[in-house]
Design a protein around this ligand. Structure first.
Ligand code: GLN
Length: 485
C-alpha cells in the first residue's frame, strides 16, 4: 500500500493500531516526492534526514505503548513563508535565498509539540504575492491535474503537494485567498481561519491585518484536526484572541439540516465561468436536499472588495517589506558603494517585479496628498464590508460562493496581465477584509480540472463551516478522485 495516500485520520489510526510505522509513512512520502517533484515542483527545500530521525523516535514511543498525539509521526509540508528553525526559509524570494531562521513560527512550535514531522518547505509566489506561483523566484509549481497549468496561489506548492499525495497535509498562509484559491484549483480542502484564531508569529508578514495561517488537507476532518493543534492565544501575537479552542472534530457529523445558507447574488455575475457556476448551483441543490435552508442574500459591498484589497494590501506590503534593506538580513548587493546604494541596489536586485509593483502602489497610496483619497477611503469601505457581513450573519449561518472564477489556467497565460491575475481573487479577498473564516472544498470537475466551493462563516465559527463542509464532502466524495501523475 502507498502510505502517502492516507489522510491524517487514517494514518493515526494505523499508527495507533501498530499496523504501520511512522518511518514507513515518511519513507513512502519521500519516495513519492522523489518520483513526482521534478514534475510538480512543490519543494524548495527538503528536510528528509531529520524527518526520518523524528519518525524513528515516534516509532520507539509507539512501541513502548505511549500515547500517540493527534499529528504524531505524520509527515507534512510547510509553505516557505512560515519560519522553520534551522531550515532555510526563502518566502520564494531571492532576497532570502540563504536565510536560516533562528526560531520556529508559533504554528511550527505547536506542530512539533504535537509530534508532526516536517518534510520540507513548499514553493509559493514570492512573499505570497500572486495567484499562480508564477511569481516565485525559483520557478512555478505545476498543477498535478494538468502539468501545463498553474496550481493557483500563492500557496500553490502546498496545495499541489497535497493533491499529488506527496505529503499528508500542508500549512499555507492566506492574505487574500492564498489557501483557498490553490485548494480550489488542485481539488483539495483549504481553510482560512478567522483573523486572530491562529498565531501569525513567524509568518513572514504580507498584509498584517489580513494574514492568517491555515491547513491544506485531503479531507474536511483533517483540516479540523490541524486546526485543533494550531489555533489559540499566543503571547507572541497580540492579535490572537483568548477564546477557548473547541474540538473542531466534535460536531462534524451533525449534518446541515436546518442550517441557513446565504447565497449572495452579487457573486454570480459576469466573469464567472458558466461551467463553474453550474457546478456551484448543483452543490447548492445538494445542500438543499440535505435539509439546509438556502436563501438568496445581497452583499452590496462585494463588488468593491477587490479594489479595496488592492489598496490596503499593498499599503501593508510596502511597509512590511521595508525591513529588507540589505543590512539586517537578506540579500546585500556587493557592488554598493555607500549606504544609499546598499538600500537601492539590494532592493532592486533582491525583489522581483510583483513585489516592486506592490511596494510602489502601497507607497503611492500612503503618500501625503493621496492618503485620504485612497488608503483612508479604502479603510472606510473595509468598515462597510465588515458591517455588512455582520448584518447578513444575523440572518444566515453561512455564506456560499465560488472560490475562484474559473478552473486552473495555463502557465504563462496571465503573467503579463496583472489585472486579470488580480481578478482571480474576486471571491476570496473580501473574506480577509471582513476577518471571517472560510473554507474551499472540491465540488466537481470541468474537463478533468477541479473546482472548489467556498463556505464562509461568522467570526470564530469555524465549527459550523466544518460541519457543513463535512456533510457536503461525505455526500459527494469529490475528494476521492485523484489526479493521474
Ligand atoms: N492572490 C492574492 C494576492 O495576490 C492573495 C495572496 C495571498 O493570500 N497571500 O494578493
Amino acid at each position: 500500500m502507498d502510505l502517502n495516500k492516507l489522510t491524517i485520520k487514517e494514518a493515526r489510526q494505523k499508527l495507533q493500531a501498530k499496523e504501520i510505522s511512522s518511518l514507513d509513512l515518511v519513507k513512502d512520502c519521500i519516495k513519492r516526492i522523489e518520483k513526482t517533484d521534478s514534475k510538480v515542483h512543490s519543494f524548495l527545500n527538503t528536510n528528509f534526514e531529520q524527518a526520518r530521525d523524528a519518525a524513528k523516535e515516534v516509532d520507539k514511543k509507539i512501541k513502548k505503548g505511549e500515547h500517540v498525539k493527534s499529528l504524531e509521526g505524520i509527515p507534512c509540508g510547510i509553505k516557505d513563508l512560515i519560519l522553520t528553525k534551522g531550515i532555510v526559509t526563502t518566502a520564494s524570494s531571492k532576497m532570502l535565498q540563504n536565510y536560516k531562521p533562528l526560531f520556529d513560527a508559533t504554528v511550527i512550535k505547536k506542530l512539533k509539540e504535537n509530534g508532526a514531522i516536517i518534510l520540507g518547505k513548499q514553493n509559493c509566489d514570492a512573499w505570497g504575492h500572486g495567484s499562480s506561483t508564477e511569481n516565485s523566484d525559483y520557478g512555478p509549481s505545476h498543477n498535478p491535474w494538468d502539468l501545463e497549468r498553474v496550481p493557483g496561489g500563492s500557496s500553490g506548492g502546498s496545495a499541489a503537494s497535497v493533491a499529488a499525495d506527496q505529503v499528508i497535509y500542508s500549512l499555507g498562509t492566506d492574505t487574500g485567498g492564498s489557501i483557498r484559491h490553490p485548494a480550489s484549483l488542485c481539488g483539495v480542502v483549504g481553510l482560512k481561519p478567522t483573523y486572530g484564531r491562529v498565531s501569525r508569529f513567524g509568518a513572514i508578514a504580507m498584509g498584517s491585518s489580513l494574514d492568517q495561517i491555515g491547513p491544506i488537507t485531503k479531507t474536511v476532518e483533517d483540516a479540523a484536526e490541524v486546526m485543533n493543534v494550531i489555533s489559540g492565544l499566543d503571547k507572541m501575537d497580540g492579535t490572537t484572541v483568548p477564546k477557548p479552542v473547541p474540538d473542531y472534530t466534535k460536531n462534524l457529523q451533525q449534518g446541515i439540516k436546518g442550517l441557513r445558507i446565504g447565497v449572495p447574488k452579487e457573486a454570480f455575475v459576469e466573469g464567472l465561468d458558466p461551467e463553474v457556476k453550474q457546478l456551484i448551483q448543483i452543490a447548492i441543490k445538494d445542500m438543499e436536499k440535505q435539509g439546509a435552508k438556502i436563501e438568496e442574500v445581497s452583499l452590496q459591498t462585494l463588488p468593491y472588495g477587490l479594489a479595496c484589497y488592492y489598496i490596503i494590501m499593498p499599503s501593508e506590503v510596502s511597509s512590511n517589506l521595508g525591513r529588507y534593506d540589505g543590512i539586517r538580513y537578506g540579500y546585500q548587493d556587493k557592488d554598493a558603494n555607500n549606504l544609499f546604494e546598499i538600500y537601492t541596489k539590494s532592493r532592486a536586485k533582491g525583489f522581483g517585479a510583483e513585489a516592486k509593483r506592490r511596494i510602489m502602489i502601497g507607497t503611492y497610496v500612503l503618500s501625503a496628498g493621496y492618503y485620504d483619497a485612497y488608503y483612508k477611503k479604502a479603510m472606510r469601505v473595509r468598515t462597510l464590508i465588515k458591517q455588512e457581513f455582520d448584518s447578513v450573519f444575523n440572518k444566515v449561518d453561512l455564506l456560499l460562493m465560488p472560490t475562484s472564477p474559473r478552473p486552473a489556467f495555463k502557465i504563462g497565460e496571465n503573467i503579463n496581465d496583472p489585472l486579470t491575475m488580480y481578478l482571480e481573487d474576486i471571491y476570496t479577498v473580501t473574506i480577509n477584509l471582513a476577518g471571517v473564516p472560510a473554507i474551499s472544498v472540491p465540488c466537481g470537475y470541468i474537463n478533468n480540472l477541479p473546482v472548489g466551493i467556498q463556505l464562509i462563516g461568522k467570526q470564530f465559527d469555524e465549527e459550523t463551516i466544518f460541519r457543513a463542509a463535512y456533510a457536503y464532502e461525505q455526500a459527494n466524495g469529490w475528494n476521492k478522485i485523484k489526479p493521474k501523475l
